[in-house]
Design a binder for this molecule. Structure first.
Ligand code: SF4
Length: 121
């Protein structure tokens, strides 16, 4: 984990998304609420993680979900299609002052690893 947290850097800045994230209403619309939570939080194989990520890819709240995990330092599980190791470099970017919207845009544009991707094998 970075020594400076993303929330610490963002606190005090005009980031309207933070308030919406903290209210948490987006969680009610997550696709994972209708599926097995083990997919997202089990000590998973790459293939299982890829299965979760492929579901996240079409989730209507993927963006706030990933933002939540980055800002509030979620250490475990798949959030917004990314596991902790994949989120770490994004958190680093936030702690160096890069805007949350920029970091999220880059993450959302990256290809999602699905169970059939070579990386999932
Ligand atoms: S992006 Fe994935 S982890 Fe986040 S709410 Fe949607 S399905 Fe759940």
């Amino acid at each position: 984990m970075p020594t400076q947290t993303a929330l610490g850097v963002l606190r005090g800045r005009p980031v309207p998304m933070l308030r919406a994230l903290a209210r948490g209403g987006w969680k009610e619309r997550g696709t994972c609420r209708q599926t097995d939570p083990e997919l997202w939080f089990a000590d998973t194989s790459r293939r299982t993680k890829a299965r979760a990520a492929s579901i996240c890819a079409s989730c209507p709240v993927r963006r706030p979900c990933l933002a939540w995990a980055l800002v509030f330092d979620e250490e475990f599980g798949v959030w917004g299609g990314l596991d902790a190791a994949e989120r770490f470099p994004l958190q680093r970017r936030l702690t160096t002052g890069e805007p949350l919207a920029t970091v999220l845009a880059a993450a959302m544009a990256a290809p999602v690893i699905t169970p059939t991707s070579p990386q999932a094998a």
